[in-house]
Design a protein around this ligand. Structure first.
Ligand code: GLP
Length: 287
């Protein structure tokens, strides 16, 4: 909730389903995203964060590490759940998402390792593992803030086009587009696993707030469809339009195909006025 700078009255959040914040470049966008995460961690030290992998959140994690080191941002009570993991990769495989998280975040902050959850790509019984993962999320009180990147085909986590918008954590076959996109991390298409364990779209929609990040012109089409297109299982990120609190933080390039960007800027301007206690500029009475 946002409160008035003057007298702590609750203020309405002006944006509708998806609040769109456009920053000049990915560095500025990442800093903004990190501030969102840090604000939650400070306000609710035992919060539950949903985390994503891929190149998009890297600078956000770097900034959170900096905040931990320079500003004492405390992760000691935070619990995390990652979105997904490749099937067949052990937790110590260099391309596993568990390793990604260790290297790019967990090893550099004061999080309790037992509070970090990443699906197990080598579970013996995937059905049971997926069920338990959902149960653990539920038992933790649910995800407060889910960080999301987006695939070039508009997928979130590994919910490829055609995934049910009500889907839960399960095994998913990757599309050739996703395999191609991720081949750069593996040094060749033939080395990319074909299956992943992933939270479902339905699982993601249950988090209290979603923070969608997209940087670069190669994400522009997916972002336009996600925010302004119809809700469709063909672009699983579009299901976020059904969520009550989504903040999309984009750089200029990723936002370049948005048709209503002037309006999004207008909403942000009004939001800033509200947060600065300048309600009278918005025609809100009783100032
Ligand atoms: C993979 C991950 C997604 C991620 C996407 C985009 O498919 N499962 O969670 O959003 O890649 O990755 P990048 O940020 O590297 O573009």
């Amino acid at each position: 909730m946002i409160v008035s700078a003057k007298d702590s009255r609750p203020l309405p959040l002006l944006a509708g389903n998806v609040r769109v914040i456009i920053e000049p470049d990915s560095e500025a966008a990442s800093r903004r995203a990190a501030r969102f995460v840090a604000a939650l961690v400070r306000k609710k030290p035992h919060c539950v964060l949903g985390l994503a992998t891929g190149s998009t959140p890297l600078a956000v994690y770097r900034e959170l590490i900096r905040m931990h080191k320079d500003e004492g941002l405390d992760f000691s009570q935070v619990t995390t759940f990652n979105l997904d993991e490749y099937v067949g990769l052990s937790s110590i495989h260099p391309q596993s998402y568990r390793q990604f998280m260790q290297l790019n975040l967990f090893d550099h902050i004061n999080i309790d390792p037992t509070n970090t959850n990443v699906p197990d790509g080598r579970a013996l019984d995937f059905e049971a593992h997926c069920r338990q993962y959902e149960q653990r999320i539920h038992d933790s009180g649910g995800i407060d803030l889910q960080i999301l990147g987006i695939g070039s085909d508009g997928h979130i986590a590994f919910n490829e086009p055609g995934s049910s918008l009500g889907s839960r954590t399960r095994l998913k076959t990757l599309t050739s587009e996703t395999i191609r996109d991720n081949a750069r991390f593996f040094g060749g298409v033939e080395k990319v696993p074909h299956l992943a364990v992933t939270m479902g779209v339905g699982t993601i929609l249950e988090s209290r707030r979603c923070l969608l990040l997209a940087f670069g012109g190669h994400k522009a089409e997916a972002i336009q469809k996600t925010i302004e297109g119809p809700v469709t299982a063909q672009v699983t990120a579009s299901a976020l339009q059904l969520h009550r609190e989504v903040v999309a933080i984009l750089d200029e390039a990723a936002a370049s195909l948005l048709v209503r960007r002037d309006y999004y800027a207008e909403v942000e301007r009004a939001q800033s006025l509200l947060e600065a206690g300048q309600e009278r500029h918005l025609g809100i009475a009783n100032q």
